[in-house]
Write a new protein. Structure first.
Length: 256
């Protein structure tokens, strides 16, 4: 089981942050999630304190994260690593055969028409079916999505998350995205720290653990993470304390 307290602060961290349920509080509907000015200010502080070595790593699309955190333009991995923007602003997208997704999307829309509490999300390269408002429909959603994923073939796979199942391109995930970031500036050579709350974050935790970094699980549940924080407000408070410590240490080091 992970420690309940977070790791001791260090200035050489590279920060990787999940969004929903980690940096931001969950909402009943995924489109209702908001990032207010305090969160954007926190991210600006973290960018300065880390020398730019901070990236969002989410199941959300890059466009959706840009909308949430505008006017900030951050390094990020969207749709579970199928798109990734480096610190230099270069956005790369993995391109599976997307022509197959039209029929899959139609099947999912049909499910939402039959069950109004379900929510369909077309991310561009991944399709998600949310059941947060109807947890009793979990088995129906899972069986339906397993069938859809099987029909799409080996280029796509089923990904389970908190109150969501989605079909996404195979071979990319949050762990592979973090590995790619760690091979380039300004993340290379730093100690990776990944904070997440969901099943989809476990592959990221594994990568960070192998790199002798700090994996931090938000909330309850079994995990391979080494540490734990209670909830998104605790995450934001802890990150703000790290930013203050890092910037303060940098100011002291710069004094003659």
């Amino acid at each position: 089981m992970p420690e309940s307290r977070p790791p001791p602060f260090a200035r050489d961290w590279a920060l990787f942050l999940d969004v929903d349920g980690t940096l931001l509080d969950h909402a009943e509907h995924f489109q209702a999630v908001r990032a207010g000015p305090p969160v954007r200010t926190l991210l600006e502080d973290l960018l300065r304190a880390s020398g730019g070595a901070i990236a969002l790593v989410s199941g959300r699309s890059a466009d959706d994260m840009d909308r949430l955190f505008a006017p900030l333009v951050l390094p990020l991995a969207g749709q579970h690593g199928t798109e990734r923007r480096s610190a230099d602003g270069t956005l790369r997208r993995y391109a599976p055969p997307l022509d197959r997704l039209g029929h899959a999307a139609a099947q999912m829309v049909k499910l939402t028409a039959a069950h109004s509490a379900l929510a369909f999300e077309n991310k561009g390269m991944a399709l998600a079916l949310h059941y947060r408002r109807a947890p009793e429909l979990r088995d129906l959603v899972e069986s339906s999505m397993r069938g859809i994923a099987a029909d799409l073939g080996a280029d796509f796979e089923l990904q389970a998350g908190k109150f969501v199942f989605e079909v996404k391109p195979s071979g990319k995930n949050k762990g592979s995205a973090i590995e790619e970031f760690l091979g380039e500036a300004p993340f290379a050579g730093r100690t990776p720290v990944f904070i997440g709350d969901d099943l989809t974050d476990e592959l990221g935790f594994e990568v960070v653990n192998r790199a002798s970094g700090h994996s931090i699980k938000v909330g309850a549940g079994e995990t391979c993470a080494l540490w734990r924080l209670r909830d998104p407000p605790a995450v934001r408070q802890w990150l703000a304390a790290w930013a203050r410590m890092s910037e303060g240490a940098g100011d002291q080091a710069a004094r003659p």
